[in-house]
Design a protein. Structure first.
Length: 315
């Protein structure tokens, strides 16, 4: 089967969500949509194949029954999840566990993730790391509510990239739209939520002890987020990160580029523009808001047009 798997997926409403995801062509159910789980086999939001041989098949079932499309890999669950997030307000300050803690306490993978900043309003910030040097100091500052002293805030702008390993204190600030690549996990430990209340007037649940357990110490141990760029006649290809869980790339096509397979399969999200995807002479149109998987039988492909894309591959 030498064809791309195009996907339709699930929108999630969030207390901090907004309306920016309609810019990608999605039909929003409200003005509080925070996430589009663009490529997902996680039970909290499963993508459905839109086209071709496996049309209407959920991605988790496709992965379970047709492992040959994914290089006959042995992971028990599809390991990656791609989202677009619209942070109309601050997300909670949070941390994710590693695989060992996640499997033991939550029965699922841990969560290392990374963010490509699609857009950011002037003055937008993220929380990225913390100032505590010991776990005792961390606990004391959390229990004292010393957030201004504890949290490290970083200004961000469109086009930047941040790797967020498990154990990293983090939060996405207001006015930011991101493409997130992550392990397929929905385990989040909230450290602080700005004392917000939900629609029923209740404070949202915090996970203080779990957070203290899993936060990286010292809190300023952060990746360098160094990006490498290759320039071609019709494209600029950037390597955003090579991690233990995924490799992530940015593809900017200005005319065209020929690609060859370098992993068992590749996930692709079109962030801007339009063009064509050519697999062995079979040409399909692609545009902003499309998400697709290039499965293992696809050995090479050509992309033509004016496009900005984020691609990821499993390790």
């Amino acid at each position: 089967m030498k064809e791309a798997l195009f996907l339709k997926s699930v929108l999630h409403e969030k207390i901090w969500g907004g309306t920016h995801l309609k810019e990608f062509g999605y039909d929003l159910p409200s003005d509080k949509v925070g996430e589009y789980w663009a490529i997902s086999a996680h039970p909290h939001g499963i993508s459905i194949v839109k086209n071709g041989t496996y049309a209407q098949m959920p991605l988790d079932k496709l992965y379970a029954e047709h492992r040959e499309l994914f290089g006959n890999r042995t992971e028990s669950v599809f390991p990656l999840l791609t989202k677009i997030l619209d942070a109309n307000d601050w997300l909670s300050v949070q941390v994710h566990p590693d695989d060992a803690y996640g499997q033991k306490h939550e029965g699922e993978l841990g969560k290392t993730e990374c963010w490509y900043i699609i857009s950011a309003k002037p003055g937008a910030e993220i929380v990225y790391g913390h100032t505590a040097k010991t776990r005792v100091q961390l606990a004391e500052m959390i229990h004292a509510g010393a957030w201004d002293e504890l949290l490290t805030k970083v200004p961000v702008k469109a086009g930047e990239f941040y790797h967020v390993p498990s154990g990293t204190m983090h939060a996405i600030g207001a006015g930011i739209v991101i493409l997130e690549t992550q392990q397929s996990s929905d385990t989040t430990y909230r450290v602080y939520d700005f004392d917000r209340r939900d629609a029923q007037g209740n404070l949202r649940e915090l996970h203080i002890q779990q957070s203290i357990d899993v936060l990286t110490i010292p809190g300023d141990q952060l990746p360098d987020n160094k990006v490498t760029v290759e320039t071609f006649d019709g494209a600029e290809l950037s390597t955003l990160v090579k991690s233990d869980f995924f490799d992530v790339f940015k593809w900017v096509i200005t005319k065209n580029h020929d690609f060859k397979k370098t992993a068992d399969y590749t996930l692709v999200s079109v962030l801007d523009g339009s063009g064509q995807l050519d697999i062995d002479g079979q040409v399909v149109s692609i545009k902003k808001g499309d998400h697709f998987i290039l499965p293992s039988p696809v050995e090479s492909w050509k992309i033509t047009g004016q496009l900005e894309m984020i691609a990821s591959q499993p390790k």
